[in-house]
Design a protein around this ligand. Structure first.
Ligand SMILES: [Zn+2]
Length: 761
């Protein structure tokens, strides 16, 4: 009874079952109260051999409030009370085992391999005396796998085939004198050791990954012990105690060694495969780079660069699939896709080769400074080498354990270095001339540095770094106990919401995007404040104290569903509007609309005007195939207003999926992204020569953007490990759980990759 995961794992395995929905970690009481309604009645009824009651409240309370919260004290007292009354209901021959399946960290999470998470208590009780001697003062520590053979033998069922645990000898043979109890223990060990030996034997034959000499040693050990045991049990007279104790120790030694051999072999890495994988990854990155270079130098044709490679890939997959089919083997999805990808790459390069124009192909292969003397090259200063070097550093950091663990700190460092080096490069070239533009550039550089420093406040610690303390800001607001601190934080969150909504509107108004009477503009005017209000209301409820809301339980449950769903629908409506009519600038009837308001210091609009001119001139140059060209450059000239509106909408959505105080991190993200854009615009304006093509995105902007996306992955409380996934996100707006796995997967995915989603725009 209790956690319905049992039903999922062992459907129809129980004679009688009372299951309750368990997946919502915010729900502390449904499962526990459900068990308590049935527990004592079932125990007294006596129609059972084994009764499992899986309480979940303590675990959920840890996730929601952390271990030191008053709610946890309440939950633990409830469990104490339950145990006390359960003991009164037990028969004399009933064994009660109370076990936690894991512990929890200081923040109430688990799933990692820290001691706090792995250690859990095991309490064994029976009314009949269980132990010969008094239990030791200091509780013993046993591996959790030992529960398997112990429970199996106590219940009188065979030990599961793949068990590698060791019986807990104390629980066997408590009756009679020392010799007969040792006898019973040895019998249990004998069954246990035989099962482990059988498993090792058949496993080693099938998998071939256990070291042969260790296996032989184990087998020799097992044979001698088994013989010794047979000899001892065949003796008519009672054997001497020391002999039996020695045999028990050897059984223990065998079982422990067997477990160690398995553990060692199952946690092994294959350096060869790892190197091959890295090489494959690098080569495909390089190939993509070369492909993008080649494609940018050639006339764009949808057929050549998209359709033909797709066909090639399809043919590759079909051929391989056919070969597999003929041999009667099952096709592996990964192998098939690899073949498809390789064939499409081949197709791409083949078509590039056959359709190459004679001169442009040669130009594509020229490095940027070809033809310049060394002195001139040095004078020109580093170009794309600088951001590419930083990109290379970031990639090579992946090869080091310590850098992988510290990636959350490496990324902001690299970003700040890149930005500062960019500024230095401009200074080196003598472009920083003290103009207004130059001061703007320096201010944005400063803003990026400050944002990068502040984003460190929102990082979660990995369990590999025990000295690290996760920031308390990452927890939900409901875990804050001091009401003044809670109000202060809530106020800050409201400021974030207001500033995001206000900032976007202000930006749009400044560039004349809020003048047209179209639906999207109306949405920005009224929908944004409504969204901010909805999120504020939702946070007010989620951050409320449990007892304060208990009287209004039904209303709170309703509001917890209605608010987020309202937010989701508003965001969806807004996004649909953006897709339907993205342009907020063009007023109906105007043939040649001004793309921006006439503001002299506005850099981004100037850039857009130049992009427009460049687009026009290109279209005139390439008369044929102009349809394809429009489609491609249309993508390049996505109007920033529409982009900003959709990003703000997504930002609101993703903030709702995160803990309340992480909205501060989202504000930082928006500020940093804006500062980066502004900085690159300034840098481009300062360094531009007449021939700079505004359509080509410079490497430094691209690399900075990618680094920022990685940085905010960490700065929104994520880590690339399973225990750090924010599962709570699946229940925002769906308190009762889901019927399918698709929607929760989408919600958790959106939560996890929030920064990448926002910065991908
Ligand atoms: Zn849990």
């Amino acid at each position: 009874m209790g956690d319905d995961t049992w039903d999922g794992l062992f459907p129809r395995a129980f004679h009688r079952a009372f299951f309750f929905p368990s997946f919502n970690v915010k729900d502390l009481h449904t499962v526990d109260d459900g068990i308590l309604r049935h527990l004592y009645r079932t125990v007294d009824g006596g129609e059972w051999d084994l009764l499992i009651a899986h309480f979940l409240g303590v675990d959920h309370c840890g996730h929601k409030h952390g271990p030191d919260h008053p709610e946890m004290a309440k939950k633990l007292s409830q469990m104490d009370e339950m145990l006390r009354s359960l003991v009164d209901h037990l028969e004399n021959d009933t064994l009660l085992l109370v076990a936690g399946d894991h512990g929890m960290t200081g923040t109430g999470d688990h799933g990692g391999d820290s001691e706090e998470e792995l250690d859990a208590a095991l309490f064994v009780y029976s009314k009949a005396p269980l132990f010969q001697d008094l239990p030791p003062e200091e509780p013993e520590t046993v591996p959790q796998v030992n529960l398997v053979p112990t429970l199996a033998l106590l219940l009188g069922v065979p030990v599961p085939y793949s068990n590698i645990g060791e019986v807990m000898a104390d629980l066997f043979g408590s009756e009679g004198d020392a010799a007969s109890s040792l006898h019973a223990q040895l019998a249990a060990y004998n069954i246990n050791a035989r099962q482990v030996n059988r498993f090792l034997h058949s496993y080693a034959e099938a998998a071939q990954d256990l070291p042969a000499e260790k296996l032989q040693h184990l087998q020799r050990l097992f044979r001698t012990i088994a013989e010794e045991h047979e000899r001892l049990s065949a003796q008519a007279a009672s054997p001497v105690l020391p002999q039996m104790e020695a045999l028990r120790n050897r059984f223990q030694q065998y079982l422990r060694e067997a477990r160690a051999v398995c553990a060692e072999s199952w946690a092994r890495f294959h350096p060869g495969c790892m190197v091959a994988g890295c090489a494959l990854l690098t080569s495909s990155c390089l190939l993509c780079y070369v492909a993008s270079k080649v494609a940018s130098r050639m006339d764009f044709s949808c057929r050549h660069f998209f359709l033909y490679p797709l066909l090639w890939g399809g043919v590759g997959v079909a051929l391989l699939g056919l070969a597999h089919f003929c041999r009667g083997a099952r096709a592996d999805f990964i192998v098939l896709s690899a073949w498809g990808a390789a064939a499409s790459q081949l197709g791409f390069f083949w078509h590039c080769w056959t359709t190459r124009p004679p001169t442009s192909h040669a130009a594509a292969l020229c490095p940027p400074f070809e033809g310049l003397s060394l002195k001139l090259r040095l004078w020109a200063g580093p170009g794309a080498e600088l951001p590419l070097g930083i990109l290379l550093l970031r990639c090579s950091a992946m090869l080091s354990d310590s850098f992988v663990v510290a990636e959350g700190r490496v990324l902001p460092f690299l970003l700040v270095s890149l930005v500062l080096l960019e500024a230095l490069r401009l200074q080196w070239k003598g472009r920083l001339d003290g103009s207004l533009l130059c001061w703007q550039l320096l201010a944005t550089v400063g803003a990026v540095v400050v944002c990068a420093r502040l984003s460190g406040l929102f990082q979660k610690c990995r369990e590999e770094t025990p000295a690290c303390q996760s920031s308390p800001i990452l927890g939900p607001l409901s875990s804050v106990q001091d009401p003044r601190a809670k109000n202060l934080y809530y106020g800050l969150c409201l400021v974030v919401l207001a500033s995001v909504a206000w900032g976007t509107r202000r930006w749009l108004r400044h560039y004349g995007n809020l003048n047209s009477p179209c639906a999207l503009v109306l949405f920005v005017r009224w929908g944004f404040p409504l969204l901010a209000l909805g999120i504020a209301g939702y946070w007010a409820i989620t951050s409320g104290a449990e007892e304060a809301l208990i009287k209004l339980h039904a209303w709170v449950q309703l509001a917890l569903e209605v608010f987020p769903r309202g937010i989701f629908s508003l965001v969806m409506a807004g996004l649909l509007l953006v897709f339907w009519k993205p342009v907020t600038v063009f007023v109906e009837g105007s043939q040649a609309p001004p793309i921006v308001s006439p503001s002299s210091e506005a850099l981004i609009p100037q850039l857009y005007r130049r992009m427009q001119e460049s687009l026009k001139s290109r279209l005139e140059e390439t008369e044929d195939g102009s349809r394809a060209a429009v489609a491609a450059y249309g993508l390049g000239s996505v109007y920033s207003a529409a982009l900003l509106i959709s990003l703000t909408l997504l930002g609101f959505l993703l903030m709702t999926l995160h803990a309340e105080r992480l909205s501060l991190a989202f504000l930082l993200l928006f500020v940093e992204a804006f500062a980066l854009l502004w900085m690159h615009t300034c840098a481009r304006a300062l360094s531009s020569s007449a021939h700079t093509d505004p359509f080509v995105v410079p490497w430094e902007a691209l690399v900075a953007w990618a680094l920022a996306a990685g940085q905010f992955f960490y700065a929104t409380g994520h880590q690339p490990v399973f225990p750090a996934i924010h599962w709570n996100a699946a229940f925002v707006g769906f308190q009762q759980g889901h019927a399918t796995n698709l929607l929760p997967a989408l919600l958790v995915g959106a939560n996890t990759f929030a920064s990448q989603i926002l910065l991908a725009g």
